[in-house]
Design a protein. Structure first.
Ligand code: PDD
Length: 290
């Protein structure tokens, strides 16, 4: 199947998709991105993703490269061309192309938009059965992690450490001993009392769209959600732990730094939330026009 990428207004064969060497995303990581799940050919939680994109762009004074409506059409066209039923669409918007200079270019270049798609991998049955391992790493990121910037070096280094440790994810820990979030996921625990705890939103974490959906789904299912910082010690004492993201959905975490969490198996609340989240992916939004 031919795989196209979208590059600044054109659909081009993926292998030939290129950006300019002086794209500011390439030179300065002066760019933002989104990853949106495609399920049954439909974009999951499209509006909240576009709201977050708007937050990222406006926080950095990068203009939308086109209207929101036009972007929605372009995303649908790429998904259609690539025949994506289940997978993701990646979109990245940089401040544009300009001679290298740290300050924003006076020429006000057109923001550069690229998009690619990927088909979903088959779910890893063993991982779901056993749960995933996580390690802790110091959170060495900047103070605006609420912006979904492509500047991801600390995240990359953390994830690589996880991979080298045979773990799935690294949970980043602030100097005060609290867990902020994973390198590409949000972090949650279930306390002895059966309450869900996930860090409150501020500049220290990304406002995960899956986090948002799970928070709502949990409340609908009469599970109490508390948004507050939690410590590494609390994770070790938790009944269950799990992570959320567009690509991993809800994934139980059954060990941290080699120590079992709870009984070391995916717990009932994490499993139930995963099921409920999969149902949510299956159900189109009530105001769905496309
Ligand atoms: N990562 N925290 C960070 C640092 C992230 O990069 C992500 C998403 C999340 C979860 O957000 P969401 O539920 O909206 O996917 C939390 C994407 C999937 C990525 O970088 O590939």
């Amino acid at each position: 199947m031919p795989r196209d990428a979208y590059v600044n207004g054109r659909y081009v064969p993926h292998a030939q998709a290129q950006v300019h060497v002086e794209d500011r995303g390439y030179q300065f990581a002066d760019a933002v991105y989104e990853v949106i799940a495609v399920h049954g050919g439909r974009l999951v939680d499209e509006e909240p993703h576009l709201d977050r994109l708007d937050h990222s762009l406006s926080s950095l004074a990068i203009a939308w490269p086109m209207s929101r409506a036009a972007l929605k059409l372009a995303m649908r066209e790429l998904i259609r061309r690539n025949g994506v039923e289940r997978g993701i669409i990646y979109l990245q918007i940089s401040r544009g192309v300009a001679p290298r200079d740290h300050a924003f270019p006076k020429s006000k270049p057109r923001p550069a938009l690229v998009m690619t798609t990927r088909h979903a991998r088959r779910p890893n049955a063993a991982l779901l059965e056993k749960g995933a391992a996580a390690i802790t790493v110091p959170d060495i990121r900047w103070q605006r992690c609420d912006i979904k910037s492509v500047s991801l070096l600390p995240n990359i280094l953390g994830k690589q450490k996880a991979v080298e440790s045979g773990a799935y994810e690294a949970w980043q820990v602030a100097p005060d001993g609290t867990v902020t979030e994973g390198t590409s996921t949000n972090a949650w625990i279930v306390t002895e009392e059966g309450e869900l705890v996930t860090r409150h939103l501020d500049h220290a974490i990304l406002s995960g769209i899956t986090r948002q959906a799970v928070k709502r789904i949990a409340a609908e299912g009469q599970i109490k959600v508390v948004e507050r910082p939690f410590t590494v010690a609390e994770v070790h004492e938790a009944r269950e732990a799990f992570l959320t993201s567009t690509t991993s959905f809800v994934l139980p975490i059954t060990s941290l730094d080699g120590d079992k969490i709870g009984d070391g198996k995916p717990g009932p609340i994490s499993r139930r939330l995963r099921e409920w989240y999969l149902d949510h992916m299956d159900s189109p939004p009530s105001d769905a026009a496309a």
